[in-house]
Design a binder for this molecule. Structure first.
Ligand code: SF4
Ligand code: SF4
Length: 480
């Protein structure tokens, strides 16, 4: 009996020291200096406990009544701690309804003409559309004119890293060429090649879903889900114009497809780690390019199978992607307004293909995002423009959620000349998807007490306001 007690205690101590070691190695690999120091101290403490145990065992103390009592008390404390950190506690059944669980009153469809990018990027001053829009929305005109005079959403690109910004901007804008090229009508809504018969390929929806997900991952997606398209998340009118196709501007958008395949690609940890400096925009735009590459081929694949399909990516969206991704089971909606995935947090970019190919929708998931975000608030604390709310979710267009102030956020983009990404960088869910972080994610996804504990630990190990990391050598700002 005593041997069994010794074995259980030794195994528990060795297990926790091993996890501590993996955390230390992971922190070194992530180039997180502060986490490496604290991870090192934590590992030394855990190792000391293992050594102390074997020392006391060797001296015979653990075989005496006080020694046995010490082990039993330690074991009970350890078992209780494990129980209260691992057991599923604090489920959010609303999250399992996806976006339906967020709706509290009537929702109106968003008009793409009103989004900040469509206003500031697409509308040429002096045009008929410009006059039409600002006559209907005078509240935006003064604001948008001032922003346009500063250079648009990114102001003077790369301002924060001037005068050495050019190579990173060159890389950033190189990626933009892909979505722009792939947003021509024949690429967005491809037709089957003539070698295929006219009638669609008959495929069982279960098998079709498996094939489509496998193919999407094969193209480079890290996460894939399927949802029925909810018309509430479809834009009401077209507002983004990229090919001088102005007859499209203001047209009502009707999504004819019943299903959407939504996918996410992981953004580079190293590049996002530099936010708000220019390397982070290489990641943003590079992932948009990946999204366009994947969505375009996936739509063409479905077309070749005989089904109608539309690619949705940076230069062509018929719907808002975040709610679609939530409904497709990719994650939940976080305080910072982005999709939060279990695997990469908000450190992803999204793309989608809508189709009439019969598929089997995935179920929305509860990964504890809402509860964790209520505790954490790190993005709100670190946001330089105070664009992220630090209070509870509020009603926004019929849904109860956090709403980022896009206007002030984009003004900050204009100040630094990048897409900032500080909120994404500091989010505790954005850490590398390594073994110890996987364990932490698994715990915070299922347990309320783990969320509280690991939110505090994140502040200790990474700081309340983590600083940007150095860029990889190839993206360091010294071209000479
Ligand atoms: S930083 Fe914290 S509050 Fe903000 S999205 Fe991430 S987990 Fe939520
Ligand atoms: S991108 Fe930057 S400015 Fe915008 S919300 Fe995030 S931290 Fe704030």
């Amino acid at each position: 009996m005593l041997s069994l007690l010794f074995f259980i205690v030794a195994a528990g101590l060795i297990l926790q020291a091993s996890i501590g070691l993996t955390f230390l190695i992971s922190s070194m690999w992530e180039k997180e200096r502060r986490a490496t120091v604290f991870g090192g101290l934590q590992f030394i403490g855990m190792l000391a406990l293992v050594i102390l145990f074997f020392y006391l065992l060797n001296t015979g103390f653990l075989k005496t009544p006080p020694g046995v009592m010490l082990l039993i008390v330690g074991l009970i404390i350890g078992a209780l701690a494990a129980f209260f950190l691992i057991k599923r506690i604090g489920e959010n059944v609303k999250a399992l309804e996806g976006t339906k669980g967020l709706i509290v009153s009537a929702v109106s469809r968003q008009d793409e003409r009103e989004i900040m990018f469509a206003r500031n990027r697409s509308l040429p001053p002096g045009s008929e559309q410009y006059k039409h829009f600002y006559d209907a929305h005078p509240e935006y005109e003064e604001y948008d004119t001032a922003r346009r005079e500063k250079g648009g959403p990114l102001g003077q690109p790369g301002t924060i890293d001037k005068p050495l910004e050019r190579p990173n901007l060159a890389a950033t804008f190189a990626s933009l060429s892909i979505p722009l090229f792939l947003s021509t009508p024949e690429k967005v809504e491809p037709r089957a090649l003539p070698i295929f018969p006219d009638q669609p390929q008959n495929i069982n929806p279960d098998i079709a879903s498996e094939i489509v997900k496998g193919y999407t991952k094969n193209l480079g997606a890290d996460l894939v889900g399927i949802t029925e398209t909810n018309p509430l998340w479809v834009y009401s009118h077209r507002g983004e114009i990229f090919h001088e196709n102005w007859d499209e501007w203001g047209k009502e958008i009707e999504l004819k497809h019943k299903y959407a395949v939504v996918f996410a690609t992981e953004m580079s940890l190293d590049l996002v780690g530099t936010a708000p400096h220019t390397p982070t925009t290489i990641a943003s735009m590079g992932n948009y390019a990946k999204g366009a590459y994947i969505a375009t081929q996936l739509a063409a694949y479905m077309a070749n199978l005989g089904y109608s399909a539309t690619a949705h990516h940076l230069r062509h969206y018929d719907f808002v992607l975040v709610p679609m991704a939530v409904d497709a089971g990719l994650g939940g909606c976080g305080r910072l307004g982005y999709l939060m995935t279990k695997e990469f947090g908000p450190r992803v970019r999204l793309g989608a293909v809508s189709t009439d190919l019969p598929l089997v929708p995935d179920r929305p998931v509860d990964i504890g995002v809402e509860d964790f975000c209520r505790i954490c608030k790190k993005c709100a604390v670190c946001c330089p423009s105070n664009s992220i709310p630090s209070d509870d979710p509020t009603e926004v267009n019929g849904t109860l959620r956090w709403k980022l102030n896009a206007e002030t956020c984009f003004d900050y983009w204009g100040t630094v000349g990048t897409d900032c990404n500080i909120c994404m960088r500091v989010c505790p869910w954005s850490h590398a998807n390594t073994f110890p972080h996987k364990i932490i994610r698994a715990l915070i996804s299922r347990n309320r007490y783990s969320r509280r504990l690991f939110s505090i630990m994140d502040n200790i190990f990474y700081g309340k306001k983590p600083k940007p990391k150095a860029a990889p050598k190839w993206a360091q700002l010294n071209p000479n």
